[in-house]
Design a protein around this ligand. Structure first.
Ligand code: ATP
Ligand code: MG
Length: 140
């Protein structure tokens, strides 16, 4: 079983948790927290040179990502990364609604800067994300 850090972004919190449990993921740790600027940048550091980076973590479309608490979760399931990315659906919500109508983003995301959920894109960044949040996450 793999551990993985997943994040439900502001506005999707409770409906997201219910939906995640219904998809067969075990939530082993969970914490609601307003992300610091540093943490937001850490999650998205692979994108630090992209044109949308500042919108994502700084000015951020009315500060969406940091507009309220995010639900930080450690999920546990076989083949975790792939499973979680499949559950999220494509990054662009309009594409998600076309290509993966049952996905979390099809259901909850508004537009590309407000994608409802985050998941690490590879094992290495996942390890960093899990360990950087581990201390603040309590067992449920
Ligand atoms: P996440 O990392 O949030 O799980 P993802 O892995 O599906 O999403 P990434 O390519 O890592 O997609 O993009 C990270 C975030 O950056 C997305 O959640 C989205 O809000 C934003 N983003 C991605 N591409 C664009 C774009 N072309 N224009 C604006 N924002 C974008
Ligand atoms: Mg990503």
């Amino acid at each position: 079983l793999e551990d993985m850090l997943a994040v439900i972004k502001p506005d999707t919190q409770h409906k997201g948790i219910i939906s995640i449990r219904g998809r067969g993921f075990t939530i082993s740790r969970l914490k609601d927290t307003v992300l610091s600027r540093e943490m937001a940048e850490e999650f998205y550091r692979e994108h630090r040179d992209k044109p949308f980076f500042s919108q994502l973590v700084k000015i951020n479309h009315g500060l969406f990502l940091r507009s309220g608490p995010c639900t930080m979760m450690v999920l546990t399931k076989d083949n975790m990364l792939e499973e979680w990315r499949a559950s999220m659906g494509p990054t662009d919500p309009s594409e998600a609604r076309q290509a993966a109508p049952g996905s979390l983003r099809a259901c909850f995301a508004k537009e590309i800067l407000e994608t409802a959920v985050h998941g690490s894109s590879n094992t290495q960044s996942n390890k960093i994300n899990v360990s950087s949040c581990f201390i603040v996450l309590k067992k449920i």
